[in-house]
Ligand binder design. Structure first.
Ligand code: SAH
Length: 251
């Protein structure tokens, strides 16, 4: 096996997996998503590694680099931001590799949605508040199926992670208001886990203005829901009256 799709994590180079780091250290060729991956993560590469920024490459060019390298049994890391399985655009690459019968593996990463919750020091799934997380975006050049429009998803009023959408804050908020109340907390986390990280807290009535004032237009996660205020019920897991596989209840 010589081709690996690797999740680089959200920014902080220490948030890559041990496996991802090892593969970067061993890679002869690294193709990374220059617009989002922290260049510091490339510090794990050996000095002889050949490094390509995919920002200036099209799909065919990327696949041709991978194909040539694989034919010479060179180790290739295709480095994606966060977790490759979420808005990673890996499927189109995978499909071509499968057509060409080039074997590959996918190494997961820490998504920016997890880094954003960690920055807030909040749990998405607090008992008594919600037990569901919706991961979505507003349409951009990539369309979103109409059955998944934000205004419909908002009706669940669970926790929401909205990727790729901060540049359309006004539109996002007006659709969310079709389900959530105007007081619903919202956090916009800019560059979670980077030194430039910023957290903007507000609610659906004032977040658009706050985001505008901060001038945030990209690389930000919009989190929505009552989980942001904390204060759910304690979970049953650590409840002394609750027995589970590893602990007997105290009576
Ligand atoms: N695969 C990535 C997402 C890529 S799509 C992941 O799992 O995180 C790019 C979008 O991810 C950005 O528009 C932004 O919404 C979000 N994003 C990526 N890195 C981020 C970070 N460090 N902080 C906040 N949002 C981030």
């Amino acid at each position: 096996m010589s081709v690996f799709f690797v999740g680089a994590g959200p920014g902080d180079p220490e948030l890559i997996t041990l496996k991802g780091k090892r593969l970067l250290e061993e890679a002869d060729i690294i193709i990374y998503a220059g617009s989002l991956v922290n260049p510091k993560v490339l510090g794990f590469a050996k000095s002889s590694a050949e490094i390509f920024d995919s920002a200036s490459m099209n799909l065919e060019e990327i696949i041709s680099v991978i194909e040539k390298a694989a034919a010479q049994a060179k180790k290739v890391v295709r480095l994606h931001t966060g977790d490759p399985g979420i808005y990673g655009a890996i499927q189109e690459q995978i499909n071509l590799l499968e057509q060409k019968k080039i074997p590959y593996e996918v190494i997961p990463g820490v998504s920016s949605m997890s880094a954003a919750a960690a920055a807030l020091k909040r749990e998405f799934t607090q008992p008594g508040i919600t037990q569901s997380v919706i991961v979505t975006r507003i349409e951009g050049r990539t369309p979103v199926p109409s059955k998944e429009d934000l205004s419909l998803l908002a009706k669940h009023r669970g926790s929401m992670c909205i990727f790729l959408s901060v540049q359309k804050m006004e539109d996002v908020v007006s659709r969310l208001l079709e389900g959530y109340t105007p007081e619903t907390p919202v956090a916009v986390v800019y560059k979670a886990s980077w030194p430039q990280e910023k957290i903007i807290l507000g609610n659906l009535s004032n977040i658009t203005q706050k985001v505008k004032e901060e001038g945030i237009e990209k690389t930000a996660m919009i989190l929505v829901g009552d989980f942001i205020s904390g204060g759910g019920e304690p979970s049953k897991l650590y409840d002394s009256g609750f027995t589970h596989g590893y602990r007997e209840a105290k009576s």
